[in-house]
Design a protein around this ligand. Sequence first.
Ligand code: SAH
Length: 366
Amino acid sequence: MIATAQQTAAAPDLVGMLPEEAEAALREHFAARGQPGYRVGQVLRWVYERGAFGFGDMTNLPQGERAALAEAFSFTAPEPAKVSRSVDGTAKHLWRLADGELIESVLIPTPTRLTLCISSQAGCAMACTFCATGWAGYRRQLSAGEIVAQFRGARKWAQENGYNDVTNIVFMGMGEPLMNPKAVFPTLAILNRGYRFGARRVTISTVGVVPGILRMAEMPEQFRLAVSLHAPNHELRQKLIPLEKKFPLPELLEALRRFDQAGGKRITFEYVMIDGVTDAPELADELAGVIREFNAFVNLIPFNPIPGTEWKPSRRARLDYFVERLERQGISAHVRESRGSDIAAACGQLRAEVTEGRKPVQIGSL
Ligand code: SAH
């Protein structure tokens, strides 16, 4: 009995394995049981195409084989703790992980797309001053299986609730994806090679983790990169983003040059528009100067109010003028309309809030 329990705890997670690892492990598993080789393909189809949520769902396998799989492997499927739906169609899932940690993912429909925003960490250690996830503190890294499971769970919910297929995945939920390379890079491979999700439809958003950007530059696949720049100079940026002290702007820009030179991958710069803090017209000029060398465009994100700060979003006229100043200098810019703010699903608002059973984390004054 004890041996079985230990074996289960250590059992590799089929959802978090690279497709080729999963295939090899299944091949070995079925060979050892004297089962035909086609069982491997049956299971892989259940995982990547047929959206099974556990071995019990794999109904074309004999009962005994399903049970043997459940002994040998685990299968991450977080429990949906809560689903909130915005008036604009945005849907937020709160997922409870096996150890009780909570994370969120957000489905954002538009007429032509369904974008899924996923979390890479429970909480976030970056402590950006304008972000609710940062204020709530860091809990732990997610495993690849836990990241992929958000996609599997949200996609199923979308299918059952009259939404289209997920067309885009953005790592813009809780956490800093490039601070969790051990899980995030395998996740990219799993989405791309397992679920056949095109690399260009997957975006990693980073606050500027230089080693991770350099690693992305070397990847042959064209995963997209978004950089949360938010300020065009070191002084202002370090007031908003503590990581600026570790990877100052010149170093970040150098890494982005390497990414840009790798070719074919357009960089998105994200820039939060906070009234009186980041929205001065001169900052638009400075920003244009800094990013002009890149094949890039700017996503301006009107600040979404969060508890604990007095900051307000930029007024519409300031926002429009900022866009105009950028465009006058040949930089394409776009205002990202806030989606799902009525259910605290907009950029920077995710903090896995539930009423029961969880103490808030203090991260000290900023
Ligand atoms: N850690 C990654 C992923 C978070 S993505 C990153 O920093 O890029 C979420 C995006 O929303 C980031 O660009 C983030 O800076 C931005 N954001 C955070 N708080 C916000 C707020 N209150 N209003 C608007 N945008 C915010």
